[in-house]
Ligand binder design. Structure first.
Ligand code: ATP
Ligand code: MG
Length: 351
């Protein structure tokens, strides 16, 4: 009886067919990746574990945190982005490569990627990011301005001849953009963000109580009782730290008023930059904002009372968007879902 041969495995054809286009929001605090047809496939802190002797990037995100403290001391945790900017090209390139590997990109499967960058990025930085993505395995790399992506993600009518204002308060930067007819009409960016709020809390506790607290404790205080304007449900918080003089553990009680005072400087810097952007707005578009309101995005935008404070100081309604931490990557994701229709939103990397 003739033996039927098993059918030969068909060679994989057209590796491009497998590649899923990706949108990446490489933030100072968090990195998110959106894959076409799938949605958000990665959402991790922008931290890498680095071998400080060789410079090798060993892990990123949650895996990097896991490594620290369980591995030799020359393996250190590094945030590769400072104040929203790429400070170290080599490390960023390695991080993007690791990121692409994590979401299944290989030599045979090279996707097009869209990377969200600060509007205030320089031409040199722009080239550095696209080059880093291409070297890390992307078939093509395009850039989109974060506030533009956030506006698309928040579902604003950016193509209308109407003023849309987005304020993105991230970890390291705060950007305010006025968008009309698909372009940025006015822009203000400051390299001050929610990390600076944490730092201000640390400095205050050190100065007033002589106690040292870690970055993570400062962030916990900010999220638990930090605010930019008094709210009705305020409570005190117990904070544990190390007394600088004695080196001993000590506990103090912090009030919400104290925290407001401690963080006033970074908060007012952020608000002033929004006001400066409003000052640049053409009068007709500024008029639109009274009806449309200002849209607040980014994790730092979730600081309690920031929306109210901003609204009081600008006399314009302020809306915190539904998904402040995801808005940017969701907007860039919309662009890769409708690549040809929305490719006009990409920045020109050469200019
Ligand atoms: N509920 C909250 N209240 C206040 N701050 C918050 C809250 N949740 C998150 N944050 C802060 O938001 C920041 C992260 O925001 P986000 O992920 O938008 O930054 P990023 O995009 O990584 O930074 P950037 O855009 O500046 O590069 C962190 O500093 C975090 O402490
Ligand atoms: Mg951001």
């Amino acid at each position: 009886m003739p033996v039927k041969r098993p059918a030969k495995a068909r060679p994989t054809r057209g590796a491009r067919a497998l590649a899923r286009d990706l949108a990446i929001d490489l933030g100072t605090a968090n990195t998110l990746v959106y894959a076409r047809g799938q949605g958000i496939v990665l959402n991790e802190p922008s931290v890498i574990a680095l071998n400080s002797q060789t410079g090798d990037v060993l892990a990123m995100g949650h895996d990097a945190w896991q490594m620290i403290g369980r591995t030799p001391s020359y393996i250190v945790a590094v945030r590769p982005l400072r104040q929203g900017a790429i400070t170290d090209f080599d490390t960023t390139q390695r991080m993007i490569r690791l990121l692409l590997q994590r979401v299944g990109v290989s030599r045979f499967n090279r996707p097009r990627v869209v990377i969200c960058v600060p509007s205030a990025i320089t031409a040199v930085e722009r080239r550095a990011v696209t080059e880093a993505a291409r070297r890390a395995g992307a078939a093509d790399a395009q850039l989109i301005e974060q506030p533009m992506a956030a506006a698309i993600g928040a579902g604003l009518p950016i193509h209308e001849p109407m003023g849309n204002m987005v304020v993105d308060v991230g970890g390291g930067t705060s950007e305010t953009a006025l968008i009309s007819l698909g372009g940025v009409v006015a822009l203000q960016a400051v390299r001050v963000g929610s990390f600076d709020v944490d730092a201000a809390i640390q400095i205050y506790i050190r100065r007033e109580y002589g106690i040292a607290i870690g970055e993570q404790t400062a962030e916990e205080i900010k999220i638990a009782i930090g605010s930019a304007f008094p709210t009705t449900d305020e409570f005190r918080a117990e904070v544990r730290g190390r007394e600088l003089m004695s080196g001993l553990p000590k506990t103090i009680i912090l009030t919400p008023e104290e925290v407001r005072k401690a963080i006033e400087e970074p908060v007012s810097t952020i608000i002033d930059s929004v006001i400066a952007c409003l000052g640049e707005a053409p009068p007709e578009l500024a008029q639109d904002l009274i009806l449309q309101g200002i849209h607040l995005v980014g994790g730092g935008g979730m600081l309690k009372g920031l929306d109210i404070r901003l609204s009081k100081e600008t006399e314009i309604p302020v809306h915190l968007v539904r998904q402040p931490l995801e808005a940017v990557v969701l907007g860039a994701g919309r662009c890769i879902e409708s690549y040809d229709a929305l490719k006009a939103m990409f920045m020109d990397a050469r200019t």
